[in-house]
Design a protein around this ligand. Structure first.
Ligand code: GAL
Length: 339
């Protein structure tokens, strides 16, 4: 009996020791994430997936403590958040800048604090000697081995929008007057995604020799209500002349779809409507014929790439400065086959 008791006691001690040892072995990394604005539909999918994916990578010995901050579309507020992340001793920071023009200042702050940085979704731009933006990798990122950008090349999304118009039998020229008359509803103009989508959607048409006429080009700031208002006012102003509605994202396209129905127009019959992102609601409208197409902005692929590189940085591994995730064209056939 004594022997059994002694053995039980010994076992207990071993278990206790193991438990203490494993508690000591758990490494918790502190991750600071700041998103330019929580109310943005697409960035909501993106930030939720950052959290889910970090959780899925946790093991018995590695944990991630994530602090998610809302930049509220205010650069001063976001700069404060980054400052707080530094004070709190974050191990890595993931940042969706409110203003890419502030990239240099923020990168310097974070690099000086010795914290690795993953920039997402809003690509900081390179400038030429005259201060104009150019299609070149950004020095603030290239010069820093612990800083990178994860994103998608917005030129591709614009080109896909234009190619979907080209794939129509009438190439978008509904009234047969020899040109495609379009309205453009833009995202935040400081954002390269808005600039490139605006440019490359139309460029795809003109490169293919299609004549175009811009009836209206206004900024809806990625916002559904604004998209609806702008589309409604363009339809009032230009009526049947409007053949194609290009929206820089799906939130604004969802608004435009409402305005199109309210104006008594019918997508696919007397007007075409394109967005970007492939939000669930937009894909549903494409299946029902109320939107002509969208482009998948891969929130899952991009968030996973951002988290993967953050983990590499936490492990002290070498990283690339740029990571690119492809867009995918989503027309009706693709929507029906894949969603
Ligand atoms: C774009 C996306 C928009 C909006 C924007 C924010 O990539 O298509 O819906 O989320 O990013 O920067």
């Amino acid at each position: 009996m004594k022997k059994i008791l002694a053995m039980a006691l010994a076992l207990c001690m071993v278990f206790t020791l193991c438990a203490v040892a494993s508690a000591d072995d758990v490494k918790t990394y502190k991750v600071g994430v700041s998103i330019y604005q929580f109310t943005d539909n697409f960035m909501t999918l993106y930030r939720n997936e950052i959290e889910n994916y970090f959780k899925s990578l946790e093991t018995d010995t590695v944990k991630y403590e994530i602090t998610m901050a809302d930049g509220k579309n205010d650069m001063a507020e976001q700069t404060n958040q980054v400052q707080n992340f530094i004070t709190q001793g974050m191990d890595v920071i993931i940042l969706n800048l409110v203003q890419t023009s502030s990239a240099d200042a923020v990168i310097d702050m974070v690099v000086d604090a010795g914290i690795p940085l993953v920039l997402i979704n809003r690509e900081p731009l390179a400038y030429d000697a005259d201060g104009n933006t150019i299609d070149e990798a950004y020095e603030g990122i290239l010069n820093n081995p612990t800083v990178c950008y994860v994103g998608a090349d917005a030129r591709q999304s614009g080109t896909f929008q234009g190619q979907m118009v080209l794939a129509l039998d009438n190439k978008g020229d509904l009234n047969g007057d020899g040109k495609v008359s379009y309205i453009m509803i833009e995202g935040d103009p400081e954002n390269i995604d808005a600039q490139y989508r605006t440019e490359f959607s139309v460029k795809a048409l003109t490169d293919a020799g299609v004549e175009v006429e811009e009836l209206f080009d206004q900024v809806g700031n990625w916002d559904q209500t604004k998209g609806q208002e702008l589309c409604a006012s363009a339809l009032t102003q230009f009526g049947d002349k409007v053949e194609v509605v290009f929206c820089n994202n799906d939130a604004m396209a969802l608004g435009a779809a409402t305005a199109i129905t309210a104006a008594g127009r019918t997508v696919g019959e007397d007007i075409y409507l394109y967005g970007v992102d492939a939000l669930e609601e937009a894909v549903q409208l494409i299946k029902e014929g109320e939107m002509s197409g969208t482009v998948l902005n891969d929130a899952v692929g991009q968030s996973h790439a951002a988290v993967d590189v953050a983990v590499q940085l936490l492990n002290g591994e070498e990283i690339q400065n740029y990571y690119w995730v492809d867009y995918v064209m989503v027309d009706k056939a693709y929507a029906e086959a894949n969603y």
